[in-house]
Design a protein around this ligand. Structure first.
Ligand code: SF4
Ligand code: ZN
Length: 310
């Protein structure tokens, strides 16, 4: 392999879409710098913001925490970490341990909220009660997860939540929305779109970085992370879309970057036009599309199942 394109040192990685060869240090710096540019380009963080990084204990989120601390701690911008304990026996505990250990190494405050404490059931309990549900375990879990992240961010006194969605996640979601005929949801993907009905903004600082490079950053930065997957993980269509895009990238390096740019162009035309008016949920008062919000509706279904159990 030729030397590092940036410093001439020993290269270990070829960025196929640009042709650069990079040494470990220049590669890591390039990830940090790209994150900084993304945050600035979409005005993800402003003066006076307090950022909470949502950490699951996996490589992407712990890498994001490390990068955000490097970028913003020297500027005295407060960075905190928040985690959700869904209550999956034998899985989440280890991930939370990794999150705790990195937070203490970086000197970052860590807030954890659990499903059990917030909703009255763990994910293990909810999924065993709700066997005949018509949504996948991840769609079901995701509804509660978003609410729990909001709660953790509020407890951490954050104004912005940064999640570790990378470029691959972003373009996969774009394609899945198209495949589900869910064009109205595209407007919500606009990185510059702020829904005024939610007090805390969501941002994705890794959205322009390939999944492969986030993983490489984690390995090269000694980020401790959990590699086993959640036993309920149900990806369905997403894993087929991922395989397809990876196969395309292998023969056409850079095609995911092009797809990201095209997605952002299409998404900008739908920004703020998600169609659904936001009205307060009849039970909890959070934004909903009418009647009860998804969390209160699903919670009521689970409670019904509990009551009707012999
Ligand atoms: Fe929930 Fe799916 Fe994540 Fe498991 S993999 S914690 S079910 S969203
Ligand atoms: Zn509600």
């Amino acid at each position: 392999m030729p030397g590092c394109t940036t410093c001439g040192g020993a290269a270990f990685y070829t960025r196929r879409y640009s042709g650069e060869t990079l040494c470990v240090e220049c590669f890591k710096k390039s990830v940090v710098e790209k994150t900084r540019r993304t945050v600035s380009k979409y005005k993800m963080i402003g003066k006076g913001d307090r950022v909470a990084v949502a950490v699951s204990g996996g490589k992407d989120s712990l890498s994001l925490l490390k990068v955000m601390v490097q970028l913003y701690a020297p500027r005295r911008l407060p960075i905190a970490a928040i985690s959700v304990d869904e209550g999956v026996a034998g899985y989440r505990d280890e991930a939370l341990e990794h999150a705790r250990s990195l937070c203490s190494e970086l000197g970052v405050e860590h807030t954890v909220v659990s499903y059990k404490e917030m909703f009255g059931f763990s994910l293990d309990e909810a999924l065993s009660w709700n066997e005949e549900r018509d949504v996948s375990s991840c769609s079901f879990c995701g509804v509660f997860r978003r609410r729990a992240i909001d709660e953790a961010a509020a407890r951490a006194d954050a104004t912005v939540v940064a999640t570790a969605h990378n470029l691959d996640d972003y373009v996969q979601t774009f394609m899945m929305n198209l495949m589900h005929g869910d064009v109205a949801r595209l407007g919500w993907m606009d990185p510059a779109y702020a829904d005024g009905s939610f007090r805390i903004r969501r941002v994705k600082p890794f959205m322009e970085i390939y999944e492969e490079e986030v993983a490489l950053y984690a390995y090269q930065s000694d980020v401790p992370f959990q590699s086993v997957s959640c036993p309920y993980m149900h990806e369905g269509l997403r894993s087929e879309v991922r395989d397809y895009l990876n196969a395309m990238e292998a023969t056409h390096p850079g095609i995911k970057n092009v797809l990201l740019r095209s997605s952002l162009d299409v998404i900008s035309r739908y920004s703020g036009t998600s169609g659904k008016e936001s009205v307060p949920c009849g039970s909890c008062g959070r934004p909903s599309s009418g009647g009860l919000c998804n969390v209160c509706r699903m919670k009521a279904t689970i409670e019904e199942h509990v009551k009707s159990r012999p």
